[in-house]
Design a protein around this ligand. Sequence first.
Ligand SMILES: Nc1ncnc2c1ncn2[C@@H]1O[C@H](COP(=O)(O)OP(=O)(O)OP(=O)(O)O)[C@@H](O)[C@H]1O
Length: 754
Amino acid sequence: MDNELQSISGTVDAVIYQNEDNGYAVIRVVTDNGEEVTAVGTLPQICLGEELMLTGHWVTHAAYGEQFQTEYFERRMPATVKGIADYLSSGIVKGIGPKLARKIADCFGEETFEVMANEPERLTCISGITARKAEAIGEQFRHQTSMRRLMEFLMENELPPQLAARLYKRYKESAIEHIMENPYLLCNEEFEVDFTAADTLALSQGMALDSPERLKAGILYTLRFNLTNGHTFIPKNKLLATSSRLLQDEDGFEPEAELLDDAFAQLEDTGNLVCEHICRRDAVYLEPMHEAEVFVADYLAELSDSEYEYEFDVGELLDSLEENSAITYAPRQRQAIEWAARYGLVILTGGPGTGKTTTVRGMLEFFDAVGLETVLAAPTGRAAKRLSELCGREAKTIHRLLEAGYRGADPHAAFARNKENPLECDVVILDEVSMIDIVLMQALLEALRPETRLILVGDADQLPPVGPGNFLRDCIGSERIHTIELDEIFRQAQQSAIVRNAHAINHGEMPVSGGRDGDFFIMKQRSADDVMATVVELCRKRLPDYYGFTPDQIQVLTPSRRQAAGTHQLNSLLQKALNPQEPGKPEKRYGDTVFRLGDRVMQVRNNYDIVWEKQDDPDEVGSGMFNGDVGRIVGISLSEESMLIQFDDKLAHYSFDMLSELELAYAMTVHKSQGSEFDAVIVALPNGIGRRLLTRNILYTAITRAKKLLVLVGDPAVTETMVNTNTRNRRYSALRARLIRSAKEPEQLGLDEE
Ligand SMILES: Nc1ncnc2c1ncn2[C@@H]1O[C@H](COP(=O)(O)OP(=O)(O)OP(=O)(O)O)[C@@H](O)[C@H]1O
C-alpha cells in the first residue's frame, strides 16, 4: 500500500453504494485516460455523470481488491453537452428523465446550468415544459445545488451533514453565509450542534477565546443544554461555573470571571436570559421559559381563587344524578365532583384503579346537567383515545384542541387557539397531566377565556414530563390549588395484580406474580442476552399462541436506548423475528436502521408539517405528527423515495429525508411510553443498566402501561434496586414557590397586569 496522496480525475460512471446519512459512497470512475477505478470515501450526493477530482491514496481491500480511498474531492460540473445530459439524466432533478435531459443540454449547451438556476423560464422553449414546470425545475435545481454546497461545507468542517436539510429550510441559499457570520447559531435548539464543534469552526475563523460573542454563546449553550434535563432554570453560580469550564481550552485558557459576568449582563440586557432571585437563589431562565412559569403561576392562582354559586342546591342535584347512575361515589370522589362544581380549578390525583375516570364521568354528568359545555383532552393521541372510550365522548389531544399548526421554519408549534381566539367551552378536563410541561400548559392557559374552568387529572407518581418543569407535582406541593387525592383501590381494580403491584411498588414493596386471571408474570433472567431471547420468544410465540394477542397489542418496554437490552438491540432482534427480510418486501436503510414494509415505527419529534389524510376519507386532511406517535409502514416506494405510514386512522407520507424522525417501535423506552396503554406489556430489566435509570417511578410508569397482561423479564436484583430507589432526578423549577408566594401576596395577582 502506498500512502502518498495522489490525485485522479474522471467522470462518475456508476454509484455502487451511497449512505445518505453520512455521505459515504462507493463509486466507479472512468478516469480522463479511460481507466475504470473504484473510489470510496465521503462523497455526499454524488451523481452519475459528474466530473470529479479526487485526492487520496490507493488501498487494497480484503474483499474488493484495489480501490481509491478519497480524502477530499472537488466537483467539476460537466462542461460538455454529453456530460451535462448525463448529469441531468441521473435523476438529480425530479421530472427530468434522459430524453428531456438530452433536449435541454442540446438546446442550452454550456449555458444549461446557468439557465436552470437563474432563468428557468427560458426552459419553456422546449416542448413539454410549461411555465410552471420550468419554475419547479429551477427551484429544484437551486435547492439541489445549495444542498450540495452546504453538505460539502458541513463535511469539510466536520459538522453533521444531516443538518443540511434543516439549515436550508431555515436560511435557504444563504445558509453558509449565516454560519460563517456566527458559527454559534448552530448550537441553537433548532440545529443542536455540540458547542465544541461550532466553537472549533469559530476559532478557526479567528474568533478570540475571550471575545464577548464566544462567552455569550458558551453561557447560552450551557443553559440550554442543562435545561434539556427538565429544569426551568439553572442557579447562576452553577451556570457560570459550568460555562467557564466549557470555555476553557487545553492550553490553559480560562475566561476571566469579570468578562464572564459582563457577557452574562449583556445577555440579560438583550433579553436572552432572565435572572430572578427566587427559591433563595439567583435563578437563570431563558426568557420564554421565565415568561411561561410566571404566567402559569399567576393564571392558576387566579383561577384557583374563582368560585361559582348556583341558584339551586348543588348537593341535591348530585344526589339525584347519583341515584340515577349505577355508582355510589366514595366520599372523596363526591367531594371532587362538588369542588369541580364550585371552583375554577381543581386537581384530581391518584394511582391506578382509584376511581379517577369514574369521578371525571361524574363531573361530566354534572356539567351536562347544568348546561356547561365541557371538552376533554390529553397530551398524547393514545391517552386521548382511551379517555374518549372511557367517558363515551370525544377527547382530543391538547395539540388538536389548540389547533397546532405549521409556522414555516420555526420548530415550535403555532396554535390557532390562543389569547385572540380562545376556546369557546366552559370547562376543560385534562387527563394525564403528569406528562404536561410548563410550555404546553402556558399555551393551553392562554387559549382559555377567563371564565373557563379547568380540571386537571393525573397521577403524580408517574414520570415527570419530557419537557421542562414539574407541573403537576409543583401544583400539588404548593397546596395552593384545590386538590383531591384518591387513594382507595376499588374492588374491581383490586383483582388486577397489575394494579396491586403498581401500588405495592409505590409503597416500596416488591411486585409478585399473580392476579385473578394471572395478569402479572415475573420471569427471571439475568443477562441482557437471556432477557432479550425470552422477550423475542414471548412476542413471537408465547403471547400470540397462549393468549391470542396480536403483535399490535404487545409492547416491549425498556429503560434504556443503548445499554443492556436497550431499544436499539431489542428492536433489531424483534424486527428480525416479527418482520423478517423477504424477497420482494421493500426496505430502506437509514443510518444503522432498516425500515421495512410492515414495521412498527414511532415519530420521535414534533413535526407540524407532516401532511396526513384520513384512511377512510382521503378528502379529510390535516398536518402534524407528534413525538411518541406510533404507526406502521404500509408502503415504501424506492423510486419516489417515500414511505406511507399508518398512524391509527391516518395515513402520512414521509420522504426518505425525513427518516431521521422515525425509529422502530417494537420496543420503546419507558419514557416514550408515558400516556399510552397497551393490552400486553413486556418489561425488559436485565443487569447492566446504569443506576440513573433504575428508579421507582420508571418501574411504576412501565407497569401502569399494561391493561391486560404484564410480563416482567429480568434480574430480580434490578427490580429490587428500582423499587428501593425513590429518588426523583431533581429539577429546578420555581412554580411551586410562585404559587405559594401568590397566596401570601394576593394583591399582586391579576391577569390584566400585562
Ligand atoms: N365509587 C365506586 N364504587 C365502585 N366501583 C368503583 C367506584 N369508582 C370506581 N370504581 C371502579 O374501580 C375501577 C377503577 O376506576 P377508574 O377506572 O375510574 O380508576 P382510574 O383511577 O381512572 O384508574 P386508571 O388510572 O387505572 O384508569 C373501575 O372498575 C371502576 O368501575
